[in-house]
Design a protein. Sequence first.
Length: 193
Amino acid sequence: MKKLIIYSLLLFWVVSVKAQEITQLEETNVTFQPYVTNVDSYLDNSFSVMVDENYAGEFSKNPIEFMKANFDIHSFISFLDEQSNSGLQKRDYQYYRVTFNTDKGDLVAKFSKEGELEETSQKFKNILVPSEIRRELYRSYKGWNMVKNTYTASGKSDQIDEELYRIKLKNGNRSQIVKIVPERVGSDIVAIE
């Protein structure tokens, strides 16, 4: 029994000493690969990109911020410069039009040849409507249900100048379309088609 304890302690000591050795690892490069790097199609200076979202509605919640966080136009232009031997090559474009697509809609962004964002336009269908608009609809249209909606917006640079929600409401066999401009919410100025 005494020998068993001594051999166990000796074995434990050998394993502990062996575990303390330093292992030299080779150098590894880690890079960040954004979500929107796959260009699906292109036609002259227009490019189409499919967006991969981490969760449903991530892109449609704020498409311009999503684009700015996950798409680098300068790297994209450099990529086009490097592709001079393939069919996807940079020419002397005056601008680049990049369309970011999801199953709910798209964002079209126009960049100058220097890579500056000039204008954007968005169109989404059946997205989560902002809470202030939901409250306005509930307050103004009690008993009505939203069955579908469309959001359109456009603007210069990364600012939205015009935006509109077009919402179809149903109450039994009656239906109506309500147009809401978000900046007018709460002012009782709502257009009905």
